[in-house]
Write a new protein. Structure first.
Length: 206
């Protein structure tokens, strides 16, 4: 992401700017950040995840959408997750119906330039969304998914890690199972960008 320092503005100004823009930008704390395009593998994995989740959610009140939908956090981050799931009626920041505020599941497919941000500042912002129960961080360099999920008793977030094409991600809060063989269907890992950081240790709390 590139910071457009000269574009410092309010959230309302950002939305007006973004709705007129031909390219996507994230927004946080008065600053606008240009979003770079993803690689072929990034796009393929993102589409696989969205398709598999949609298939699993058939017949439920939940819907999965891709990266064209903007999401806003209570902390003021406006961003475009790779996959967003909401359940029941969607809620938006205004009548334009293009900035969701009540996601249940968010998915980010890692890129070398965004990994620290996706695991750090962005996840910190996502944890402030009261409706959110699950966050998936999906590698594009190898078959690996980190699943963060909210523990109901105390609200802490726990981590489960999955690796290998035989593994399956169990998203109990939505009653779905996502095989890594489907998430990575058609992926040539030799053409993928390497992951700069090792996966987090399962069992961690946040």
């Amino acid at each position: 992401m590139t910071n457009l320092a000269h574009k410092r503005m309010s959230a309302a100004e950002y939305l007006a700017f973004e709705r007129a823009s031909e390219t996507k930008h994230q927004f946080f704390d008065g600053e606008v950040f240009a979003m770079a395009g993803g690689s072929y593998v990034h796009a393929l994995v993102s589409n696989n995840v969205a398709a598999e989740i949609r298939s699993c959610l058939k017949g439920t009140p939940c819907q999965a959408v891709g990266s064209d939908l903007r999401v806003a956090t209570p902390g003021g981050l406006y961003t475009y997750p790779d996959v967003t799931v909401h359940c029941g009626p969607p809620t938006f920041v205004d009548e334009q119906s293009d900035t969701l505020t009540n996601p249940r599941l968010l998915v980010e497919v890692l890129s070398p330039s965004t990994e620290r941000y996706d695991r750090g500042r962005k996840f910190e912002q996502y944890r402030g969304i009261r409706s959110l129960t699950d966050y998936l961080i999906v590698s594009q360099g190898h078959a690996s998914v980190d699943h963060f999920f909210r523990r109901e008793a105390d609200g802490a977030w726990l981590l489960m890690g999955y690796s290998g094409m035989e593994a399956q991600v169990s998203v109990d809060n939505l009653g779905i199972v996502l095989p890594l063989s489907e998430i990575y269907a058609g992926v040539d890992f030799s053409a993928a960008e390497p992951d700069p950081l090792p996966p987090l240790r399962p069992g961690a709390t946040f």
